[in-house]
Design a protein. Structure first.
Length: 256
């Protein structure tokens, strides 16, 4: 598709992403019963959507974290994502102006390419989809926050094509009625120890040409002062990401 960029293609066999490597509940997590209908926020993508950032400490959250058919109060590290640090989810949750708590489904996985998500047999998508289908029995999908692109930096990937395949696979078997209020928030993301990929960013921005898709200025707008290792975000970067994403959600909620 593009000259002088690393050639890539979809693999024949899907990669394995063992569930045991996802953060599991421990004694520091507080389980809670959630019986009434709530709105769902999915946070997924690669490492900066998972437990690989640094974050300020937040007091006890009213929001929930779903894992394996159970609910817990949202706290770092988040459940269902891999990584050994913090997530941007509690920072986003702390800035939401909703009266009712959201359910956060946090299923990011570090180092994943868009091809890992668009593969027809993607274990990543199967995992998210299984969780989402269970939640949709009672609850309502409201927002999908997608932070991904670092692994596709300087490649010839047709990002729009692969993203649409991924989205269609994720939503297959789910009724339009269950998806009618769902909105995507997609970050411009490509930097991880390398230069910003403006070509990839332009493809990410074009995703907003579809209805109910919103593309942010973060994360590629944040330089090394907001990162602790030229890739993953320090607490200042995490705050900037959370501020922009929560503003979008709060603004959209006002329009209801």
């Amino acid at each position: 598709m593009l000259k002088k960029r690393r050639k890539t293609s979809q693999s024949k066999k899907g990669k394995k992403f063992p569930s045991r490597e996802r953060i599991q509940p421990d004694k520091n997590k507080t389980r809670v019963d959630v019986s009434s209908k709530r709105d769902i926020i999915i946070l997924f993508g690669q490492s900066n959507s998972a437990n690989s950032v640094l974050s300020n400490k937040y007091s006890s959250s009213k929001h929930f974290n779903y894992f394996n058919k159970k609910f817990y109060f949202l706290s770092n590290p988040v459940l269902g994502a891999n990584g050994d640090k913090d997530s941007v989810a509690p920072a986003i949750a702390a800035k939401l102006k909703s009266k009712k708590p959201y359910i956060f489904l946090t299923n990011g996985w570090g180092g994943t390419s868009i091809y890992d998500w668009s593969h027809p047999n993607s274990m990543l998508v199967k995992y998210v989809k299984r969780n989402l289908k269970d939640l949709l029995k009672i609850h309502r999908l409201k927002y999908l926050i997608w932070i991904q692109g670092e692994s596709d930096n300087n490649t010839d990937v047709d990002y729009i094509k692969e993203f649409n395949i991924f989205r269609n696979n994720l939503f297959s078997g789910i009724s339009n009625k269950q998806l009618q209020e769902a909105k995507w928030i997609i970050t411009q993301t490509s930097i991880c120890g390398n230069k910003r990929d403006h070509i990839l960013n332009s493809q990410q921005k074009k995703l907003a040409q579809r209805d109910r898709v919103y593309v942010t200025k973060v994360t590629d707008s944040l330089d090394i002062n907001y990162r602790f290792d030229d890739c993953h975000f320090n607490k200042f970067g995490t705050e900037e990401i959370a501020i922009e994403i929560s503003k979008i959600i709060n603004k959209l909620n006002k329009k209801k």
